[in-house]
Design a protein around this ligand. Structure first.
Ligand code: ADP
Ligand code: MG
Length: 631
């Protein structure tokens, strides 16, 4: 009995889009289908480890790709895991891949840009409909009987049908009924060229029609014989000098399930106490799920060339979750489970070794291909930075890979490394200074930077969400303390001249009358009011004590709804005694006006650092009162 199903809405949208925007890349359908066939073989090989009966005495895996000129079809068939009825409905129609939604939300409507986006996302099975107006999939799951097979069929128009059939071999056969103008794919020669270009690295043998022979008179001898057209060896097991860049790139597309180019890769073999090899890639663009808790399709684990699992978390630390590739262990048991892996010391050693390879790859990129590294940093910098807190052993190495915007770099772009910063430090400067803020403009114009600008001391401007966590875990770099310009008392170390120290003393003295008055008005709102030399233009700013959470972090946590659980730390108000407003406060005898001035100075200091003031309406009233007076 035939049942009709509707594609999930997102899949419908995807189908429509793919058919219309990927027209110029249409041959990718073959890569996608061969890739699925290879995945299906990997899955069966794995399941058969614990249940050999699934193989049913046929352990010779293969994929075949053939064309039928009369029927105008192209057929891709495999003897892999297959799908049962529920699986075929789910995988080919009703459950969209994770990220589909995010992907659709990112679309621009510009066909060219969107095709580019699809490339990042990976097109998969549905790319069949770029060249076919009808697709049938016949599948029998390993372990099921002949008459428990299913047939899926669709014209890509929003619906598909599913019915029970009989199939004498396990696995999946996908048949594409080509659209009228797609005859080129009926040519064996064309098909062979495409498979060789895209799928040579597939480790399962791919059988195709033998190229025709000619007899002595030049007549074609037709043959229906099949031959293996690919190398059929796991790519990472081959020596590097036998692998071309194109092959490395194609393999990346296969394992990452997308089709943009990788930015860089590292291919290694480790021998000794642990034996393993790996082929790891840095993508060019960020995957859609980079910021999700459980990103999919990370680094795949193989044991002695048998695919075991996708397991980004255990093979790569979270901060390297953008890395794609495979790691193949020679030592782990084949029947290793996720539970065993959780505690495996062997896997820990493999991970540590692999992380070092990735860091070395990034160092190499930074040194030898700075432009590429800059691109990498834009996409993945804020993710890599997490490593400073996550990976204690490699903290210094990761810190050296980081880049920052600074008060002197002149743009929002993150380009300055810590070693560069250190090399530019002023005579007598013994600390690395930073400020955290919501955005570049807020950081750059913060009152806290005034004295640093005056003295030409560079300050890191940190505006990524993760930066608070980064500086929280980076106490020092290269023996220099890393300190916030908005915490504790201003300490310019040896860069302060005798004259400046005297000025600070004088400021403290001059500030006294204003300070007393401010304290009386602000009362509990502040922990302290004191004079500072850090301001040259602004009347006041807020700082916190050295050991307290930064104001910016407090604001972030409050915005995230965690306000109630925060310590009730009060800020310190620092004033600039040289500023006219502060002098006015000291001189103003009208109490109401003085209170207005003091409250305004305080609220302004809150606003200047991107904070929220308690009562904006009152703030506006006070401001207007004073402005009206002046007018
Ligand atoms: P992806 O391969 O990225 O998961 P696809 O759209 O290519 O996405 O395929 C969707 C799903 O359909 C696969 O994850 C798999 O479960 C199933 N599938 C596709 N082709 C086959 C096949 N030849 N054998 C078994 N399952 C398949
Ligand atoms: Mg696929």
């Amino acid at each position: 009995m035939k049942q009709t199903h509707s594609f999930q809405t997102e899949i419908k949208q995807l189908l429509h889009l793919m058919i219309h925007s990927l027209y110029s890349d249409k041959e990718i359908f073959l890569r996608e289908l061969v890739s699925n066939a290879a995945d299906a073989v990997d899955k069966l090989r794995f399941e058969a480890l614990n249940n050999n009966a699934l193989l049913d005495n046929d352990g010779e895996f293969k994929i075949t790709v053939t064309a039928d000129k009369d029927a105008r079809t192209v057929t891709i068939s495999d003897n892999g895991i297959g799908m049962n009825e529920a699986e075929i409905v789910e995988h080919l129609g009703t459950i969209a891949k994770s990220g589909t939604k995010a992907f659709l939300e990112n679309l621009t409507g510009d066909a060219k840009k969107d095709a580019y986006l699809i490339g990042q996302f990976g097109v998969g099975f549905y790319s069949s409909f770029i060249v076919a107006d009808e697709v049938t999939v016949e599948s029998r799951r390993a372990g099921l009987a002949e008459n428990e097979a299913v047939k899926w069929s669709s014209q890509g128009d929003g619906e598909f049908t599913v019915e029970k059939i009989t199939k004498n071999q396990r696995g999946t056969t996908v048949t594409l009924h080509l659209k009228a103008e797609q005859d080129e794919f009926l040519s064996d020669w064309t098909l062979r060229r495409i498979v060789k270009t895209y799928s040579d690295h597939i480790s399962v043998p791919i059988y195709m029609k033998k190229a025709p022979d000619y007899d002595d008179d030049g007549n074609v001898i037709h043959t229906d014989e099949l031959e293996v057209v690919n190398r059929a060896q796991a790519l990472w097991t081959l020596p590097k000098n036998e692998i071309s860049d194109e092959q490395y790139q194609e393999f990346y597309k296969h394992i990452s399930h997308n089709f943009d180019e990788p930015a860089a890769w590292t291919h290694f073999k480790v021998e000794g106490r642990q034996e393993y090899s790996g082929l790891l890639y840095i993508p060019t663009r960020a995957p859609f799920d980079l910021y999700e808790r459980n990103p999919k399709h990370g680094v795949k684990l193989y044991v002695k060339r048998v695919f075991i699992m996708d397991d980004a978390e255990k093979l790569m630390p979270l901060y390297l979750r953008f890395v794609r590739g495979v790691i193949d262990s020679g030592d782990l048991p084949l029947n290793v489970s996720r539970e065993i892996l959780q505690q495996s010391k062997d896997l820990d050693a493999i991970r540590q070794g692999s992380v070092k390879k990735v860091l070395a790859l990034l160092e190499d990129l930074q040194k030898n291909q700075p432009e590429k590294y800059a691109e990498f940093w834009k996409r993945f910098g804020s993710t890599l930075k997490e490593g400073i807190g996550e990976d204690f052993a490699n903290k210094e190495r990761i810190a050296k890979l980081c880049r920052f915007a600074t008060s002197q770099s002149g743009s929002e772009e993150q380009t300055v490394t810590l070693p560069e910063y250190v090399a530019r430090m002023q005579d007598g400067q013994d600390k690395i200074y930073y400020i955290t803020a919501d955005n570049y403009a807020a950081a750059k114009h913060s009152p806290h930077l005034e004295i640093f600008a005056k003295k030409g001391i560079e300050v890191l401007l940190l505006t990524d969400r993760v930066d608070e966590w980064v500086v929280g875990n980076l106490d020092e770099f290269d023996g220099k303390k890393v300190v916030s310009v908005a915490k504790g008392a201003l300490d310019l170390g040896e860069t302060a001249s005798e004259e400046e120290k005297a000025q600070q003393k004088q400021a403290e003295e001059n500030g006294k009358p204003a300070i007393e008055r401010i304290k009386t008005v602000l009362g509990e709102k502040v922990a302290e009011v004191r004079a500072t030399a850090r301001l040259t233009e602004s009347p006041a700013c807020l700082v916190v004590a050295e050991n307290q959470m930064s104001r910016h972090l407090t604001q972030m946590l409050e915005a995230a709804g965690a306000g109630e659980r925060l310590p009730d730390d009060k800020p310190i108000l620092e004033i600039n005694p040289e500023h006219r407003l502060i002098q006015q406060i000291a001189a103003e005898n009208n109490e109401e006006r003085r209170t207005d001035l003091i409250e305004l100075v305080f609220d302004q200091a809150v606003l200047a650092e991107g904070g929220k003031i308690d009562n904006p309406a009152v703030f506006v009233k006070r401001l207007n009162r004073l402005l009206a007076e002046k007018a």
